[in-house]
Design a protein around this ligand. Structure first.
Ligand SMILES: Nc1ncnc2c1ncn2[C@@H]1O[C@H](COP(=O)(O)OP(=O)(O)OP(=O)(O)O)[C@@H](O)[C@H]1O
Length: 356
């Protein structure tokens, strides 16, 4: 079997490639290029984000490929990344939402355009692999592939993968799903991999998001729940639900204040106390059911409303228009439009959607 692996120049994908080779597969590497140099380059050296100058990563990917004796192809995904990920990023912030670009990148670029572009060059392969921490299984009772959490729950990346389709799951391998990060680092050190000491990538972009957004200032009011003006903002995209610091309010207040609502239509940021941040339900759209057929009636599952959230008990109530209403068993803090809610049953990712 021939496997194409996405080699980022980091330790995870390098070890994943090593493990595949060790299992006897024919492995070929590809590094996707998404950086077109139009944004200010980051100043900090240790910040290894996805979107940033790539030369060093490509150089390391070449070193890794040479070390593992596998061919490496650099794949230009810059145009598509700009159209699919960065444009959406801008549109979402314009709407006062807080998007999650990694989820979109995975669904459309990393597991879509990247392998498809390699195939178009005439290079054939049977499966596509990455160094993500996740597992894929198959449920013979439903005949469906299943996305499962990684063995290393601290590194589990399934939150970012819920938009993968059945077809993609059927063609994908996650060699690191059964390992802990510590084991992966130890393998890298033991075999002397060039990327062994590289830090994990932290964020998708390490600079100021305004570099990407580039919106002209659009001043408006910061108000309390009663509409009383407490301050001014320069653009709603500088705020996210739950933000507490740097609100630039006029007078000192007794209780700590947080952003509780952002209205693009009214160009208003609303501030409230911690208890105003709690919601008992939400609506999610653009639903992707990655491991099960779309449920027709209410189901009880657990759900995360952001990557670091502890999965909580919820009831999913399917709506006519294919969106879902989600009711929390316990009210949850900082439900944020643009972020994804991801549904789990045990360690299986059922699917997810974008919070409205
Ligand atoms: N530029 C890229 N080209 C090809 N594949 C990539 C690229 N960036 C990430 N990937 C793939 O996606 C996986 C998960 O990426 P993520 O950004 O989460 O990095 P990571 O966990 O730090 O992994 P790594 O140590 O391999 O960089 C990587 O292991 C790799 O297989």
């Amino acid at each position: 079997m021939k496997i194409l692996i996405g080699l980022s120049g980091g330790v995870d994908s390098a070890v994943a490639a090593y493990l595949l080779k060790k299992q006897g597969y024919e492995v070929i590497g590809t590094t996707m290029s998404i950086w077109d140099g139009s944004l200010p380059a980051m100043k900090t050296k240790d910040n290894d984000s996805c979107l940033g100058p790539e030369n060093e990563n490509i150089e390391t990917a070449h070193k890794i490929a040479d070390f593992l004796k596998i061919p490496l192809y650099i794949t230009d995904c810059r145009e598509e990344y700009k159209k699919v990920v960065l444009e959406n990023f801008r549109n979402e912030y314009k709407e006062g939402h807080t998007p999650n670009p990694c989820i979109r990148c995975n669904a459309y670029i990393k597991f879509g355009i990247l392998p498809a572009t390699v195939r178009k060059t005439g290079l054939n392969f049977d499966k596509f692999a990455t160094g993500h921490y996740a597992n894929i299984g198959f449920d013979s009772s439903t005949n469906m592939y299943q996305l499962h959490k990684a063995a290393d729950l601290n590194k589990d990346q399934t939150y970012f993968l819920y938009r993968l389709t059945q077809k993609t799951l059927s063609e994908t391998i996650f060699p690191l799903g059964v390992y802990t990060k510590e084991q992966v680092r130890n393998i890298a050190k033991k075999i002397g991999l060039p990327a062994a000491e590289k830090p994990d990538s932290q964020d998708f972009y390490c600079g100021d998001y305004n570099d990407i957004l580039q919106f002209p200032a659009n001043p408006g009011n910061i108000v309390d729940k009663n509409g009383r003006v407490l301050g001014k903002h320069n653009g709603i995209w500088n705020y996210t639900i739950g933000k507490r610091k740097g609100l630039g309010l006029l007078g000192g207040t007794k209780d700590p204040l947080y952003v509780i609502n952002i209205s693009a239509k009214q160009n208003i940021v609303t501030i409230g106390t911690k208890k105003d941040l709690y919601s008992s339900s939400l609506t999610a759209e653009k639903i992707s059911w990655c491991s099960i057929p779309p449920p027709k009636k209410t189901i009880e599952v657990t759900a995360k409303i952001r990557r670091q959230h502890k999965a909580e008990k919820v009831f999913i109530i399917p709506q006519e228009d294919s969106s879902v209403k989600v009711e929390f068993a316990q009210p949850q803090m900082s439900v944020t439009a643009g972020q994804s809610i991801v549904f789990y049953k045990g360690d299986t990712v059922l699917g997810g959607g974008v919070i409205h």
